[in-house]
Write a new protein. Structure first.
Length: 204
């Protein structure tokens, strides 16, 4: 039986992509495979990470398209051609439209650097630090039509330490992301994650 076929969407350094690629290569994803990287920035380091990992890429420049919907339709064609069953947003900095969200609802997840519903949107780490919370963390959630509003799959807490800067806190947040995201993908690949309304259950 073939494993889950995954596409990762990313825009930057690609550390979460790397965590998933390493987990797949080490056999920690229940036979799931990374079939495609989708990236909106041709110069992003994640593109080189994908090349080194042997993962195909679809790299595009949004300004070359008439609309978000136009490039999303092209992305969907690429996903369908590869039989992608799960989309993982891992630092993808583009707002998605219903063109891609609706057909992939329940098959698209995102990792966010805060304990949702607190501090959604951009700069979640800075928002938490500026607010003065003692505990923040990481959330992996399903993607719906809102800004980080989809059903929560799993969360991991990260303590804010006295004297933390955005950089020092980010180091621990990103480490938590790189542990939690592959674990969630592994449980999805194992068929252990069930979504019912806003509620997600995970069989151990």
């Amino acid at each position: 039986m073939a494993g889950l076929r995954i596409a990762v969407f990313a825009s930057g350094q690609g550390t979460n992509f790397q965590a998933l690629a390493d987990a797949a290569n080490q056999g920690r994803l229940e036979g799931a495979s990374l079939e495609l990287l989708v990236c909106d920035k041709p110069e992003a380091p994640v593109v080189e990470r994908a090349r080194l990992a042997g993962v195909e890429t679809f790299v595009f420049r949004p300004k070359e398209y008439a609309s978000r919907e136009a490039y999303e339709r092209e992305i969907i064609a690429e996903l369908q051609r590869r039989g992608v069953e799960l989309i993982v947003l891992a630092g993808y900095m583009r707002i998605l439209t219903p063109v891609i969200v609706e057909p992939f609802y329940g098959q698209m997840i995102n990792v966010h650097p805060a304990l949702l519903p607190a501090f959604p949107g951009v700069n979640g780490i800075k928002q938490a630090l500026d607010y003065g919370v003692k505990i923040t963390g990481v959330t992996v959630h399903y993607v719906d039509g809102g800004m980080d509003t989809g059903p929560v799959i799993a969360q991991r807490a990260v303590a804010v330490q006295d004297g933390d800067t955005e950089a020092t806190l980010a180091t621990r947040i990103h480490a938590a992301e790189q542990e939690l995201l592959p674990w969630v993908v592994q449980r999805i690949a194992a068929g252990a994650v069930k979504l019912a309304g806003r509620f997600v259950t995970i069989k151990e």
